[in-house]
Design a protein around this ligand. Structure first.
Ligand code: G6P
Length: 365
């Protein structure tokens, strides 16, 4: 066991640290930066992508948040309406055309019963289905029309970390591929996104090199009564995922939401004992988010922010620097939030790799 953890005390920390390598594998051989194109080795019937009306992503847990990130990229890069459904809530629904809808199931294990149920409902409605998964030969791959593998390598920790990063990276490549195929994305714009993706492994490594700073912040703020995670745009799914990670492994109350919603309710809960963690990067409407963070600070809350390199928000109590990688920055910021959750939970002596009541793969609906 100790040998398998490669010197780390927990699989989760090992897997957090594997992200530069797992992301390299995810991207390997798939980016053609000079052409502004992607080769994911997937194919669709002729004309299908051009006529596409909607991409509907279905997923659970962390994979659902990867889907929330991806939906924004599909709209921005592929020029197609994209919606995300919690798999257990998914129905094909009215007003949609099955043969112009692509249902994308995002599932690390490929075995989550709720997600398989959603795929079956989509298939029954006559929609085209597609899986984004980590697991060769998994059930989902046998039930969909096409699959892209995220190639993150095995993940043992119950709390998903490296698979989230690789899911988002794979979906980002799919968004570029679909956008190029549909003529919605200019080569120059595609090139710039692909360069940012190429920069991901190195950017994540730079974050990992700052782990001591996160450990210290976890010590200083880890005893909060509750933790609020906020962001806008691509920062929203990362805020949601940051809160999920913390609650899963530390058992602390943590909530993530769109920063603009703070004033519509959660602000009533903000006190000097409720740290606020914010995504303040490119792709996450940082200045507007910071205005909301300031509202929380006015009520005495400490504020920790993940900030794009080169930007500064002087009033933050802690500022974590995120290297400049455009639309991938919130995904890099997420690594700080993973480390924060890990160290808060570790300081409390929690069973990090096997949190109470949770399972790695849930095969009942
Ligand atoms: C379980 C795990 C989560 C995971 C979710 C979806 O709840 O504890 O970490 O995000 O299932 O899993 P999947 O394999 O479908 O991505």
């Amino acid at each position: 066991d100790a040998a398998e953890k490669g010197g780390y005390e927990h699989y989760m920390r090992k897997e957090i640290h594997e992200q530069p390598e797992s992301l390299r594998q995810t991207l390997a051989g798939r980016l053609d930066v000079s052409a502004g194109d992607v080769d994911l080795d997937v194919s669709f019937p002729p004309g299908f992508l051009a006529d596409l009306e909607e991409i509907r992503i279905v997923a659970c847990g962390t994979s659902y948040y990867a889907g929330r990130y991806a939906a924004q990229l599909f709209e921005e890069l592929a020029g197609v309406r994209a919606t995300v459904e919690i798999a257990s809530e998914y129905e094909f629904g009215a007003g949609r055309t099955p043969d112009r809808t692509l249902v994308v199931a995002v599932t690390q294990s490929g075995e989550t019963a709720d997600t398989l149920g959603a795929v079956r409902r989509a298939n029954a409605a006559g929609a085209r289905t597609f899986a984004v998964t980590n697991t060769l030969g998994s059930t989902v791959t046998r039930e969909v029309d096409g699959t892209a593998f995220i190639r993150a390598g095995p993940e043992i920790g119950v709390a998903a970390t490296k698979t989230f990063a690789s899911q988002v990276a794979t979906l980002a490549m799919l968004a570029v591929a679909v956008g190029r195929d549909r003529g919605a994305l200019a080569a120059a714009d595609a090139r710039s996104v692909l360069k940012d993706l190429q920069g991901l492994p190195g950017a994540v490594q730079q974050v990992l090199d700052e782990e001591a700073q996160v450990r210290e912040a976890a010590r200083e703020y880890g005893d909060g009564e509750a933790f609020f995670f906020v962001g806008r745009a691509l920062g929203v799914p990362v805020a949601l995922e940051g809160a999920l990670k913390l609650k899963e492994i530390s058992y602390d109350h943590a909530e993530g939401f769109a920063a603009g919603e703070l004033k519509h309710g959660p602000l009533a809960l903000v006190t000097p004992d409720t740290p606020v963690l914010a995504v303040l990067t490119d792709g996450a409407r940082a200045d507007e988010t910071m205005n909301n963070v300031t509202e929380a600070q006015t009520r005495g809350a400490p504020a920790l922010g993940c900030v794009s390199a080169g930007d500064t928000y002087d009033t933050l109590d802690v500022s974590f620097e995120v290297p400049n990688v455009g639309v991938a920055e919130p995904l890099v910021a997420n690594v700080y939030l993973q480390l924060f959750a890990y160290h808060v939970a570790n300081d409390k002596g929690r069973a990090i790799d096997k949190p109470r009541n949770l399972a790695k793969s849930v095969t009942v609906e």
